[in-house]
Write a protein that binds this ligand. Structure first.
Ligand SMILES: Nc1ncnc2c1ncn2[C@@H]1O[C@H](COP(=O)(O)OP(=O)(O)O)[C@@H](O)[C@H]1O
Ligand SMILES: [Mg+2]
Length: 295
């Protein structure tokens, strides 16, 4: 195909030999299959600043490291410069996350380069040379669903051990390669330690996996991995080897909540009883009239 304008610099630099075909064009990026030497790769081209949605950027950015305080101030102000920096931090976040996760042994496409707002990475294929399907595109045997679910929980644990929560994990952002699931689409990955929303996002990611794989192996829907791994993570006891049960005993204070509710109910009953007993003496207990009536 004709080389799209945004990929021209990479062709000029010899990073890409040929652009073969578009793969997907979404809200935030367009993805192409490209040839580099005799290898097929994937080029993810991010939409330019200003054309992308910043709605959720603030929640995601929280806790993300910014290069220097001038950048941080500019981002906080939302100035034009700040917006550009924010955009860049956002895009780089996917690249940074990919490199960090590949390093940590998480199953992600191998990242090669990030040039002019284009990420060059491994093209995940299905083993026959075709682009790998997304989980959403396949039907699974219950045994495969159980195996892949367990694998994904392990990958989520590894990500958490590397300090990241995916933040948009779903059947649309996991490809099925010949060796099993591969995790993609990480621009919104959040810092597990520094972001107030990290646990909520982890719980949603884990819940999405339980719901998806639970279509094929219903018992998976009742697993409770997020709280279990988060409790270990917060205690500094999470490791990729951690053996999780998928069950989570609510901590003491949750049990206490029931006791509190019982006490509140008992107090209400007692109050009603007292009020009922007081009925005949209403006159005595009546509040004094307001000052403007006491003349
Ligand atoms: N490394 C890759 N290998 C194969 N296909 C990919 C790869 N990265 C992305 N894709 C395809 O492109 C689609 C969009 O990529 P994704 O990173 O999810 O971006 P977004 O959802 O933000 O548009 C994916 O659903 C997948 O089909
Ligand atoms: Mg996606």
């Amino acid at each position: 195909m004709k080389t799209p304008k945004r990929l021209e610099p990479l062709v000029d630099d010899g990073l890409i030999d040929e652009v073969l075909r578009p793969l997907m064009s979404g809200k935030e990026a367009a993805v192409f299959v490209v040839r580099c030497g005799d290898e097929l790769r994937c080029a993810k081209v991010y939409k330019e600043a200003g054309r992308r949605s910043f709605k959720h950027a603030v929640a995601y950015q929280e806790g993300r490291k910014v290069r220097n305080s001038r950048d941080a101030r500019a981002m906080a102000r939302g100035s034009k410069y700040g917006r550009r920096e924010q955009e860049e931090a956002w895009q780089n976040a996917e690249v940074a996350a990919l490199f960090r996760l590949a390093q940590a042994g998480v199953r992600v496409p191998k990242p090669y380069d990030y040039v002019d707002g284009v990420l060059l990475m491994e093209l995940v294929t299905d083993g026959e040379g075709d682009v790998a399907p997304r989980l959403n595109d396949v039907e699974l045997h219950p045994d495969d669903a159980r195996e892949f679910h367990a694998f994904m929980i392990g990958e989520i644990v590894k990500m958490l051990c590397a300090g990241l929560v995916h933040g948009d994990l779903s059947e649309f952002n996991v490809l099925l390669g010949p060796d099993g699931p591969v995790i993609i689409d990480l621009p919104q990955a959040v810092d597990a330690a520094g972001n107030n929303h990290a646990f909520a996002m982890l719980e949603r990611d884990v819940g999405n996996m339980a719901a998806y794989f639970g279509q094929f192996a219903p018992e998976l829907r009742y697993t409770r991995y997020a709280k279990e791994m988060w409790a270990l993570y917060q205690a500094g006891e999470l490791s990729p080897e951690a053996e999780l049960t998928g069950q989570f005993a609510e901590p003491e204070d949750a049990a206490d909540l029931e006791a509190v509710m019982r006490e509140i109910k008992a107090a209400l009953v007692e109050q009603e009883r007292r009020e009922a007993a007081r009925e005949p003496q209403d006159d005595r207990d009546e509040p004094p009239p307001p000052p403007w009536m006491q003349q």
